[in-house]
Write a protein that binds this ligand. Sequence first.
Ligand SMILES: NC(=O)c1ccc[n+]([C@@H]2O[C@H](COP(=O)([O-])OP(=O)(O)OC[C@H]3O[C@@H](n4cnc5c(N)ncnc54)[C@H](OP(=O)(O)O)[C@@H]3O)[C@@H](O)[C@H]2O)c1
Length: 283
Amino acid sequence: MSQVAVVTGSNKGIGFGIVKALCQRFDGVVYLTSRDETRGKEAVAKLNELGLKPEYHQLDVGDRSSVEKFRDYIKAKYGGLDILINNAAVYMSKTYEDIISTISINYKSILTLKEIIYPLVRNNGRIINISSDCGHLSNLRNEYWLRRLSKQDFSEADVNEFVNWYVESQKNNTYNPDDFADGGTIPTYRVSKIALSAVTMVHQREFESKNISINSMHPGLVRTDLTSGAGFFSIEEAAETLVYLALDAPQSLKGAYVWFDKKVLDWYDYKADYYFKLKTALS
Ligand SMILES: NC(=O)c1ccc[n+]([C@@H]2O[C@H](COP(=O)([O-])OP(=O)(O)OC[C@H]3O[C@@H](n4cnc5c(N)ncnc54)[C@H](OP(=O)(O)O)[C@@H]3O)[C@@H](O)[C@H]2O)c1
């Protein structure tokens, strides 16, 4: 039976870089997936020009029926999968609708995937959630939520309540920038990524019995459309740590928060200086 790797939102940016790198190294089938079929197939054609041969399937992580169709397809064709890289994300924050969409794609989609796709991940498989430096707990300043998320046994419900607290604050105009680091810049993206890294540890506990490893990571500031081209790293450089986590890291690395240089950081260390600073991206 073939080994199968899947990368979400991989028609461009870091996801595309990971598919490229996995096609070069992974001994199995690599799925490039995208919400838009035309953009996805164009990306596959670019890799074909380099002599690489990823498979393609449509997958909109924000659309439950698309996720279910993908599950049915993978289950029928391979019986399961071995590596899942949750890469798809957006960065939008102008309107309240943008806030809802960002939370939904960057965080809530992971709950849908956990329910529908994670049960297909085979024993000893690997799931990598691409978070951000915005996802480290040091991005948070609100004391109540720091206390609640510092408990090592918090649940998915705790994380959901944290996200809902933030969304409500935007709805009711009670959002307080002092609740976050860096003067509360880009709070929606920060909340979506704090929640993603937090829930990674919850999901690790849930899938421990299959010896699946589930980690989150910060890829560094990478030159993509998401950063409007700003960044220190190319998509190929960003893919290195991701491929390390997918193929080379010990299986015992579980529920960790990993930096772009492969260092494992203490996610709970909320006094640390790992939070995102807007001036770094603008410099
Ligand atoms: N670039 C950085 O410096 C940086 C830093 C920290 C973390 N990250 C994280 O790295 C990951 C990749 O970001 P990137 O910089 O490569 O961004 P990007 O170039 O904007 O690519 C994002 C990808 O996600 C896809 N996507 C968005 N919504 C989707 C959905 N509902 N279903 C499926 N795919 C969807 C996009 O597809 P469309 O083309 O259809 O929009 C695109 O392929 C994200 O998780 C991001 O938060 C990036």
